[in-house]
Design a protein around this ligand. Structure first.
Ligand SMILES: Nc1ncnc2c1ncn2[C@@H]1O[C@H](COP(=O)(O)OP(=O)(O)OP(=O)(O)O)[C@@H](O)[C@H]1O
Ligand SMILES: [Mg+2]
Length: 236
């Protein structure tokens, strides 16, 4: 199986070399656990170290907020944007409870994402976050919709990170409890002050590390201490 380097210090060691190429990976974690930073660091380092362009799709704040947030890491996002190595797209699902309308909207957005991926020849894709997808759907509908969504993303030949907001519990991996079954891999991020930690919950088709590891967020971004472990029982 071909792997791609995540570019996150310490993470590839847990994955036997990196993310399986072309896979979809869920980053699940509570508020402020580092999901957005990890997503952007994956794209930034992918573009600067491995010459792989990336697309960041945000469903959250406005695009200015993203660049502003990332400035504290000295990642020159604007330069990468100018060089067409990074694009940021704000996806807006709007407000509707009509299933047909949501499906149509998502299909339209998939077309936009697809054309943006092609435009910069993106190899890396981040969807931050998928939680808004479920706002108007029941779990069954969300599951089938996400399945279709992940399937369409597969055709783009990108390696995709999708974030999901959890309540922060030890065995919460996503917002609705169905997202983790649709993706190929799951990384769980925790922040029980003052400690941050991460573990690989699943990674289809490859062996992976089974321990929980501490990580830090510093001015250089996320740094996973892959040689140090945290006991599962020590997590709240
Ligand atoms: N320059 C920095 N140095 C150290 N830590 C930082 C820095 N910038 C941000 N952080 C930490 O990262 C946290 C935010 O991380 P991030 O935005 O990735 O979280 P998130 O999981 O996406 O949260 P949310 O669920 O709210 O979207 C901040 O709350 C802060 O603790
Ligand atoms: Mg975030």
């Amino acid at each position: 199986m071909e792997k791609i380097k995540s570019g996150i210090p310490g993470l590839d060691e847990l994955l036997g070399g990196g993310f399986p190429k072309g896979s979809s990976i869920l980053l699940g974690g509570g508020a402020g656990t580092g999901k957005t930073i990890m997503g952007m660091q994956y794209l930034y380092n992918g573009a600067t170290e491995f010459d792989e362009p990336g697309l960041f799709v945000t469903l959250e704040s406005n695009v200015k907020n993203i660049t502003w947030n990332m400035e504290s890491f000295n990642w020159d996002i604007r330069k990468l944007q100018n060089e067409q190595k990074l694009s940021i797209y704000r996806l807006n699902l709007g407000y509707t409870a009509d299933k047909k309308l949501i499906e149509g909207k998502i299909n339209d957005e998939l077309k936009v994402i697809s054309s943006m991926v092609k435009e910069i020849k993106a190899k890396r894709l981040v969807i931050d976050s998928t939680t808004a997808f479920g706002m108007w759907l029941n779990n069954e509908m969300l599951r089938s919709m996400l399945f279709k969504f992940a399937d369409s993303l597969k055709e783009l030949n990108c390696t995709t990170l999708l974030t999901s907001e959890t309540k922060g519990g030890k065995v919460d991996f996503s917002a609705y409890g169905v997202e983790e079954f649709v993706v190929d891999g799951v990384l769980a991020l925790y922040f029980y002050p003052p400690h941050r930690s991460i573990f690989v919950r699943k990674m289809r088709g490859t062996n992976h590390d089974k321990n929980v590891h501490p990580f830090e967020i510093s001015a250089k971004g996320i740094d996973i201490k892959h040689k140090e472990t945290v006991m599962w029982e020590a997590l709240k």
